[in-house]
Ligand binder design. Structure first.
Ligand SMILES: [Zn+2]
Length: 290
């Protein structure tokens, strides 16, 4: 029996399960890497826009941020209940981009909560626009890195959150599960960089939290472009589950998201292009027409 196994066995005889975890950590002589980040999805405009706001809380300090609280009638009841009960200390609004269905709730939220707004330069009432790759913390445990991903809008920012045990990214309308946003203010070169350089360079186990539940429609399009096991799996999951946010990772997107497979030979054959930016352009045009 190893020293570690012996210690755990000894601990299990006398201690509660919570103490065992602590004892285990002491034995390992490693920092505690327990999950500290709690994410609550708040669906908005269900059945039409199918947006998500996200309340992210550092479990230890209770410090919390609200991401894209665009529809206050659906978000404020949650924020009121959580702040009044002492479950959270709300410290920031974070916006992924300036569109009304993401940043359009800021003015109403500010009437109830006096908060700084971190977001792109064109977001309503924004107080801070973080530099690309700049970082800030939420409570003691969550480190946030801002990633500029201009294309859908020029002020689009994705936010990579890490708590030591877990990694997630809030992608607004840049990356969806199985898809990407329209190129309203940008071009294929920018979306290629956003998806296949900036977001693709995050750890593969990073969970994706997009701004909308668009997965079913994205899979319908993906199946017209490519047939692989990952797309079949995503199809099955989205048929069986209404919500897909946080269930797939950057690694999964590299398999099932056709906009992140611009080097796939089968897609090249379909669109008649091989250069990644031209493939991205062709795919987006096909999706817009579909
Ligand atoms: Zn948008």
């Amino acid at each position: 029996m190893t020293l570690l196994a012996a210690s755990v066995k000894r601990a299990s005889l006398t201690l509660t399960s919570r103490s065992i975890v602590r004892s285990f950590t002491n034995v390992m002589q490693q920092p505690i890497t327990s999950r500290a980040m709690h994410i609550q999805s708040i669906p908005m405009w269900e059945g039409t826009g199918n947006n998500y706001a996200y309340l992210v809380t550092d479990d230890k300090s209770k410090e919390a941020v609200i991401i894209d609280p665009a529809n206050p009638p659906e978000v404020l009841p949650v924020l009121n209940e959580k702040t009044e009960s002492g479950a959270i200390k709300l410290t920031k609004i974070i916006n992924t981009h300036h569109h009304h269905d993401h940043a359009g709730g800021n003015v109403e939220i500010l009437k109830r909560f006096d908060l700084p707004i971190v977001g792109g330069k064109d977001c309503s009432k924004v107080t801070t626009t973080p530099e690309h790759k700049s970082q800030f913390t939420i409570g003691d445990s969550i480190k946030v890195t801002a990633l500029h991903t201009p294309c859908h809008t020029q002020d689009s920012i994705c936010y990579f959150f890490e708590d030591g045990a877990e990694r997630v990214v809030f992608t607004g309308d840049t990356l969806f599960i199985g898809g990407c946003g329209r190129f309203f203010e940008g071009n294929a070169k920018e979306m290629h960089k956003a998806l296949n350089e900036t977001l693709a360079s995050l750890p593969d186990d990073t969970k994706v939290y997009p701004g909308h539940e668009y997965t079913k429609g994205n899979v319908r399009f993906a199946k017209k472009v490519l047939n692989n096991d990952a797309i079949k799996k995503l199809d099955e999951y989205s048929q069986a589950n209404k919500e897909t946010q946080g269930k797939f990772t950057i690694g999964d997107e590299k398999q099932h998201n056709v906009f992140m497979r611009v080097n796939d030979k089968n897609i090249h054959d379909l669109v008649g292009e091989t250069e990644p930016v031209q493939v991205m352009k062709a795919l987006r045009e096909m999706k817009d027409r579909s």
